[in-house]
Write a protein that binds this ligand. Structure first.
Ligand code: NOJ
Length: 563
């Protein structure tokens, strides 16, 4: 550890002064390290780059930073293909740089959450290299899921299962066996029946906890354990099976044995380390992941699939606050992350077609991306206006808010990435039917001018569009109407106003206007429609856009002071 003793003292003072447990209503800012800030000018963001922006993060007013993977990786899936779980990618820095970053953030009262990717490793992980070099049936292969193929000479995959990124979920190795990969070919699934696998992840959790990490985001938390009893079911059979905890592949009850062991490890620390599950499961099963015996918190992704529409927002808030009560955890609000089209763009596009469950029939924004984003269908100004209103709505809710880098600048999705420069495996494996997730991962603009808008001296690993200049930090900084100023003010106020995790809806007499009050009287009013809404009070603390006295204009949120 490199933190100096005086930094340590300062850290404890700052962190102890916060309400425990810190995470319940935290604003957590997701950093996608390769696209945040590049200190060494190689075109890839890095750990010293993040540390150089510690003051920016402190000024933003967040409680914690969640770092997407920064581990050694071939970048077959943006770092979610981890080659070594207890190290830093040399292109991003060293363990000493990581320690310095943790110290810098802790010194500013900001907690640190790191991403753990336990469903699969990279195919460059030493275990997988060992598995390939070892014979079928060997202990090295047992850490993964290898099977014989089907057909007369085993040339067909063991099943017709598909990878989440498209194509078969099985890949053949030279000796004829096949291995399972639910994501990219370069991401072989681990075998969670294997005790060595389990023990190694406990070691990883301790490794980062001992270095001062405050919590963990658990990737694909619902897919680790699998029942692969022969004969393996077909894709159609799998789809027909209920997701009731006994499904062979998804959301099995026995995954919580893994998390119960992790929880005992987390609780060895003071304060206990936290964890949040990335679990795309039926909402009735979310509390299992969020319970204090399991990971402690789970992402609620429903807003990622919702339109900017009052009825949908209210239903999602009601349901998720009720679900949080079932687990005793707090819920989480997410409008953007590294896997989805940024929310100003989603809200600037026509509402997507919905399937029978009310979900967008296709990934929202994909068709627009497919056309290169060139049609005039995107309403940039309206999309950002709605996004700002949605953000202030969400920041007023009880629970944790997860923010994604660049949303504080009002960035839209970058559609205009030439195919030849795309990186995301979903683009290559679909192939090309899904434009993939690169458009929300373009390096941030820090300055209006200069090489790569201040991201670094060596250019940017994904091309930045010219309109990034309008959103650069140095352009938005200090401007009263900028999105950055709105986020800073909202996060500062939220610190002062945050209260018990309760909410009372107030009838507005309009289906397109939502209004709620927190126990201390702090109120949030969002007009999802276009007709102005008249307020009975004038004490507006903050508005997502200009609001004349006593009025909430269309597509605007206002915060009212506690009485
Ligand atoms: C979820 C992550 O958020 C995503 O970026 C990644 O591709 C998959 N898990 C596989 O690790």
């Amino acid at each position: 550890m490199t933190s100096a003793p005086n930094t340590q003292l300062q850290t404890e003072a700052l962190l102890d002064s916060e309400k425990a447990p810190w995470w319940r209503q935290a604003a957590v800012y997701q950093v996608y390290p390769r696209s945040f800030a590049d200190a060494d000018g190689d075109g890839l963001g890095d750990i010293p780059g993040i540390a150089s922006k510690a003051d920016y993060l402190a000024e933003l007013g967040i409680d914690a930073v969640w770092l997407s993977p920064f581990y050694p990786s071939e970048l077959a899936d943006g770092g979610y293909d981890v080659a070594d779980y207890r190290n830093v990618d040399p292109r991003l820095g060293t363990l000493a740089d990581f320690d310095a970053l943790v110290a810098a953030l802790h010194a500013r009262g900001i907690r640190v959450v790191v991403d753990i990717v336990p469903n699969h490793t990279s195919d460059r992980h030493v275990w997988f290299e060992e598995a390939l070099a070892s014979a079928p049936g060997s202990a090295a292969r047992e850490r993964y899921i290898f099977r014989e193929g089907t057909g007369p000479d085993g040339a067909l995959p063991p099943t017709d299962w598909e990878s989440m990124f498209g194509g078969s979920a099985w890949e053949r190795v030279p000796d004829g066996q096949w291995y399972l990969h639910h994501f990219a070919v370069e991401q072989p699934d681990l075998n969670w029946d294997n005790q060595e696998v389990r023990a190694d992840f406990v070691r990883t959790l301790r490794f980062w906890s001992d270095r001062g990490v405050d919590g963990f985001r658990i990737d694909v938390a619902h897919m680790l354990t699998k029942d692969l009893t022969e004969p393996l079911p077909s894709k159609a059979e799998l789809e027909a099976m209920p997701r009731d905890g006994r499904h062979p592949l998804i959301d099995r009850d026995d995954v919580h044995d893994v998390y119960a062991e992790w929880r005992r490890v987390f609780n060895e620390y003071d304060p206990p380390r936290t964890a949040v599950a990335e679990a795309w499961v039926d909402s009735s099963r979310v509390p299992l992941y969020a319970s204090a015996e399991s990971l402690g918190q789970a992402f609620n992704f429903e807003l990622l699939e919702a339109d900017f529409e009052a009825g949908q927002f209210q239903r999602i808030v009601r349901d998720n606050l009720a679900l949080a009560k079932l687990s005793g955890s707090s819920t989480t609000w997410v409008l953007s992350n590294h896997d989805v089209v940024r929310h100003p763009t989603r809200y600037g596009l026509p509402h997507p077609e919905r399937d029978a469950d009310g979900r967008p029939a296709r990934k929202h924004g994909n068709e627009w991306l497919l056309s290169g984003g060139m049609q005039p269908v995107l309403d940039r100004v309206g999309g950002l206006r709605r996004a700002r209103a949605a953000t202030l709505f969400v920041l007023g809710l009880p629970g944790s808010a997860y923010l994604y880098q660049g949303e504080e600048l009002g960035l839209h999705e970058v559609a205009e990435i030439p195919d030849a420069l795309r990186q995301d495996p979903t683009f290559f494996r679909s192939p090309g039917v899904d434009k993939g997730r690169d458009g929300c991962r373009v390096p941030l603009p820090w300055s209006e001018g200069g090489r790569s808008f201040g991201f670094g001296d060596g250019g940017a690993h994904l091309p930045q569009p010219s309109w990034f200049a309008l959103h650069a930090v140095d352009v938005e900084d200090g401007r009263p109407d900028s999105t950055l100023t709105m986020y800073r003010r909202a996060l500062a106020l939220r610190h002062e106003l945050q209260t018990d995790e309760e909410l009372d809806w107030i009838d507005t007499g309009r289906a397109d206007v939502l209004r709620f009050a927190r126990p201390n009287g702090w109120q949030v009013v969002t007009n999802f429609g276009t007709e102005p809404f008249e307020l009975d009070r004038a004490d507006v603390l903050l508005a997502s856009d200009e609001a004349p006295l006593g009025i909430v204009p269309g597509e605007t949120t206002v915060w009212l002071a506690p009485n």
